[in-house]
Design a protein around this ligand. Structure first.
Ligand SMILES: Cc1cc2nc3c(=O)[nH]c(=O)nc-3n(C[C@H](O)[C@H](O)[C@H](O)COP(=O)(O)OP(=O)(O)OC[C@H]3O[C@@H](n4cnc5c(N)ncnc54)[C@H](O)[C@@H]3O)c2cc1C
Length: 494
């Protein structure tokens, strides 16, 4: 069941305590409670996803929803002309899967095979993961039944040739080329998140599964050292009200940290698990010296270019005409169809940069079938549109960036946000690759099919960010990394 108050929880002791009811946490909660012998508690800092229509409607995916966000900002970014920008992270059951853009993109086969070679564990290889990927997926035709034949986007691809080629399934392990976007949208036209799927009514009603909302975890607490002189962490400390008392629950088997790319290192650092010198400089007693915690933060910088178009059938009017919005919202509610069922863009493309860049700077991508640049289309302006005009949008993200940043503590108060430094565009490769991404955009719109349709570029490039990743996993015998290939934190007792 889902609870909002600690006092209502039926127990304070579970077999597994999962910290963070986001994308990963809810999958684990579901799979662990398939076994009726396991009791599981999920602690989620945010609130419920139920009846949150902004989360439910795919078309609203590109709008920022502050009440469902952690409202983090990055440190000042030298690579972005000394600006700091939002670092969006879901603050709601379902985590970032409740607020994300719903693009369903697997990595390339090379990406997973690199995980396997770095960790010396073949279980992470593309082939070994296929059964699990298939288990998580249920492929459906477009819920809004949109026409998937012959739009101008693919005519341009045919006209240009070369790096512009059609790819029927970019999720095949070989993503390069232009394809139809696959989205995490249900056949009823709703967002599919880890909360709507893995915590669906038939699962959340299990007697052995509890979720506590508004539970913000501060630390994991150690039990006394064993003869192996290693700590085990089986108690989780949290607060329901940031100024209220600290509460705790314990796990007899495991505490699972799945608080996301910012939350998990933040909790580890607060708990004294990190670089001993850095921790003592902020006044935190170090329990386990694990210097890789919070390091190697990797985010994909992205930019959007809008073009004014000679059309009145883009999505722009929906967000500036209340009557139209009402109409399509009614259609959405009554039929699960209409323009609100799509995220605004229908195509996605992946490219490698020119070889002279990888020759010059080295190649951060995992292999020759792995892209550096993702391009996405939008039949309308990104986010809230300008007051007039109709737009075609092309966004570009660096999906194999070379820049690496960090998450570090700002104070001894575990509820203060950490310092988040993605170090965007600090590597020369990323700067050159971003320039190349813009060149790809402009080559693409030079295709003859756009003559008379695309009128001119509109406005300045916008910086947006997408989804930070942390390369925290390493081989069991490696002297760096946060977790081993079984995702167990290094240096702790099992
Ligand atoms: C705006 C946005 C758009 C995106 N678009 C896409 C996309 O289109 N396609 C794609 O593949 N990926 C996208 N991503 C990235 C993707 O959603 C994430 O990589 C993925 O959801 C991360 O899963 P996770 O389980 O690691 O973390 P999350 O899903 O973020 O889950 C972490 C959970 O832990 C909770 N938590 C954190 N700290 C604490 C704490 N101290 N105590 C208790 N709970 C805590 C959070 O509230 C959250 O619910 C996007 C992300 C964002 C934010």
């Amino acid at each position: 069941a889902v609870y909002s108050n600690f006092t209502d929880l039926p127990s304070k002791h579970y077999d597994f305590v999962i910290v963070g009811g986001g994308t990963a946490g809810n999958v684990l909660a579901n799979r662990l409670t398939e076994n009726p012998e396991h009791s599981v508690l999920v602690l989620e800092a945010g609130g419920t996803n139920i009846d949150a229509f902004q989360l439910d409607v795919p078309f609203f995916a590109g709008l920022i929803k502050f009440q469902y966000d952690w409202n983090f900002t990055t440190t000042v970014q030298a690579g972005l002309n000394n600006h700091s920008i939002f670092m969006l992270r879901g603050f709601v059951l379902g985590g970032s899967s409740s607020v994300n853009g719903m693009f369903y993109t697997r990595g390339s086969a090379d990406d997973y095979n690199r995980f396997a070679s770095v960790t010396k564990d073949d279980g992470w290889s593309w082939d070994a993961l296929q059964p699990y990927i298939a288990k998580n997926e249920k492929w459906e035709p477009p819920a809004d039944r949109h026409n998937t034949t012959d739009p101008m986007v693919f005519e341009a691809v045919d006209e240009l040739g070369g790096i512009f080629h059609f790819n029927e399934d970019y999720n095949s392990g070989k993503p390069l080329g232009f394809g139809w976007l696959q989205s995490t949208i249900t056949s009823e036209g709703r967002r599919s998140s880890s909360a709507t799927s893995y915590l669906a009514p038939e699962f959340i009603s299990r007697d052995n599964l509890d979720v506590l909302l508004h539970a913000r975890v501060s630390r994991v607490l150690p039990s006394p050292k064993s003869s192996s002189s290693k700590y085990a962490f089986r108690t989780v400390e949290f607060a329901q009200d940031l100024h209220g008392p600290l509460l705790s629950v314990s796990a007899s088997k495991e505490v699972i940290l799945s608080a996301g790319v910012i939350g998990s290192p933040h909790i580890l650092l607060n708990s004294g698990i990190g670089d001993t010198r850095e921790l003592s400089s902020v006044g935190i007693k170090s329990l386990v010296d694990l210097p890789s915690v919070g390091k190697n933060l990797t985010d994909q910088p992205a930019t959007v270019q809008e073009f004014l178009v000679n059309s009145t059938t883009t999505n722009d009017d929906i967000l500036r005409n209340a009557t139209l919005l009402n109409e399509v919202y009614t259609e959405f509610n009554e039929t699960g169809m209409g323009p609100l069922v799509a995220t605004g863009g229908s195509q996605i493309a992946f490219f490698r940069v020119n070889q002279n860049l990888t020759d010059m700077f080295g190649d951060p991508a995992a292999g020759k079938d792995t892209p550096h640049v993702e391009l996405f289309t939008g039949n309308g302006a990104f986010g809230a549109p300008p007051p007039t005009g109709h737009f075609f949008q092309l966004g570009a993200a660096l999906v194999s960036p070379a820049s690496r940043g960090s998450v570090t503590l700002n104070s001894t108060n575990p509820f203060d946000p950490p310092l988040i430094d993605p170090a965007y565009l600090t590597s020369p490769f990323d700067i050159a690759a971003m320039r190349e991404a813009l060149r790809i955009i402009y080559r693409y719109i030079s295709a003859p099919v756009w003559d008379g349709y695309i009128l001119s570029p509109f406005g300045a490039l916008e910086n947006i960010t997408a989804s930070p990743r942390r390369t925290a996993m390493s081989a069991k015998d490696a002297d760096y990394g946060v977790v081993d290939p079984d995702l167990r934190v290094k240096g702790l007792r099992d």
